[in-house]
Design a protein around this ligand. Structure first.
Ligand code: 4AD
Ligand code: MG
Length: 448
């Protein structure tokens, strides 16, 4: 239970109100008199009775005001509260299986903390543009709060997994002198007398240095891509976790990725049952996410596309239609490995069995959610990487430090990046990843 929050809130309670309890903890207080501190979600009043749905950020509780139990002033006040009025209620908790959370509060007193004008977001349907412009208020809706709590658990599961698996977290810089994932989507800025700097697209190159120092590392933070694409899967600022492991090959990377994804899904199923229900997520689909994940090569995936008649040019990278079509063949995430080296990043190790392919892997989520992980084994040979920098027109000076990792004790190594928003969208079953981050940054949106 949340005792800290009770202590914090005592001093802001009205005279004579008992300690506040957070809604998620109410069940332990059946029969007791408590205070709830929150906001009005919805109110229905008929004759001698008013039903107030009060939310406090941890859940929603039905509070019932009976005219006969209250002074005329308190009953009138209960009937007058409008949506998102902040209020404190005092009352006795009773079990009620029909109420959300299984408890109901019989109101004895009610104090209004602040009542403003009509809340802009009502129960009626609003368009996505209006909702995004009011994102600071939209966050209060049941659905958005449920997504925020799932995202929190996704991030917690990510940290737990790596912390319990012998990884050391290392923070990668946000300002970088060079590109990691191609030069077409860099956010550029002037960095004093040092010339151009860029917002990081990925912490990977830095994690490679850290892996040579610590063996198993991960970074976890925001990354930036000046994506000109206006799709439901792209943000310009998104969160990525990037593990990197020394003495690891592509198979090791895939083993790690599948264990990791299963852990995150299992954790959310265990911790977010209420949220997933609120989101009407079909959790039977998530229950199927178990190791081993199918592993198909790019060539095998291309054959699937051909058989299904999906438009595709052999040799190209996959876009959403190809990812969705391949993933639809499986009931759990599928790992597509060995894409053509040509369409992938400069740092990938070529397959010794076929140098036209890279030792890389994309993990595609089922149910049309597409790529959630990209990664693979890194080129560990100095001469090869030097040639790749030339081929990709990347400035060698900016990468000297990276080349040093191949000059001093180079070893086979690899890792991957998992996007938090795409993973959260998949687990929640929400269509657009803009709802999975509190304040999404997109091509046409930077407000609020
Ligand atoms: O496949 P990506 O570009 O891989 C990398 O950045 C590697 N350097 C990671 C590594 O090996 N350490 O991106 C990895 C993941 C994608 O699978 C996707 O989940 C997410 O990051 N991602 C995005 N999410 C939201 N909006 C975007 N614009 C994204 N671009 C990538
Ligand atoms: Mg990718």
């Amino acid at each position: 239970m949340d005792t800290a929050s009770q202590d914090q809130t005592k001093s802001v309670l009205p005279e004579g109100f008992p300690p506040a309890v957070r809604i998620k903890d109410l069940k332990a207080h059946l029969g007791q008199e408590v205070s709830l501190q929150g906001w009005l979600y919805n109110m229905r009043s008929k004759g001698k009775i008013a039903f107030l749905l009060v939310r406090d950020g941890s859940g929603i509780c039905q509070c019932v005001a009976f005219q006969g139990d209250l002074t005329p002033e308190v009953f009138a006040r209960a009937q007058s509260v409008t949506q998102e009025t902040s209020l404190v209620v005092r009352g006795v908790l009773r079990g009620d299986e029909r109420s959300p959370g299984g408890v109901e509060l019989g109101i004895k007193d009610l104090a209004i903390v602040h009542q403003g004008p009509e809340f802009p977001i009502g129960p009626k349907e609003h368009g996505p543009d209006f909702l995004l412009t009011n994102r600071h208020l939209w966050l209060r809706s049941r659905k958005q709060a449920a997504i925020a709590r799932v995202r929190h658990q996704v991030k917690r599961a990510i940290r737990d997994f790596f912390d319990n698996d012998g990884f050391t977290q290392v923070d990668a810089p946000i300002f970088t002198p060079s590109a990691c994932e191609g030069t077409t989507n860099l956010f550029e800025l002037d960095y004093f007398d040092e010339g151009k700097a860029y917002l990081t697209q990925s912490g990977q190159l830095y994690m490679e240095a850290a892996a040579m120092a610590l063996g198993k590392v991960y970074c976890f933070g925001p990354t930036f891509r000046a994506e000109r694409s206006k799709t439901r899967r792209h943000l310009t600022e998104f969160w990525m976790v990037e593990p990197e492991v020394a003495y690891c090959d592509l198979n090791g990377v895939m083993d790690l990725a599948e264990r990791f994804v299963c852990h995150v899904v299992r954790h959310c199923l265990d911790k977010c049952a209420g949220e997933l229900k609120e989101l009407e997520r079909d959790t039977a689909k998530l229950e199927k996410v178990l190791t081993p994940f199918p592993r198909v090569s790019y060539d095998e995936a291309a054959a699937i596309l051909k058989r299904k008649g999906v438009e595709f040019t052999y040799g190209d990278d996959f876009g959403a239609p190809q990812e969705v079509a391949v993933a639809a063949e499986f009931d759990r995430p599928v790992m597509v490995h060995r894409f053509p080296a040509q369409v992938k990043a400069f740092y990938m190790k070529p397959d010794p069995a076929d140098a036209s392919k890279a030792l890389c892997v994309d993990v595609l989520a089922p149910e049309g959610f597409g790529e959630i992980i990209g990664g693979g084994q890194r080129a560990d040979d100095l001469a090869y990487l030097e040639a790749q920098l030339v081929k990709h027109k990347l400035p060698k000076e900016a990468f000297e430090w990276y080349l040093d990792l191949r000059r001093y004790g180079s070893v086979p190594h690899g890792g991957f990046g998992l996007g938090v928003e795409r993973t959260t969208a998949w687990i929640c079953g929400v269509e657009h990843i803009r709802e999975t981050i509190a304040f999404p940054r997109m091509l046409y949106r930077i407000y609020p």
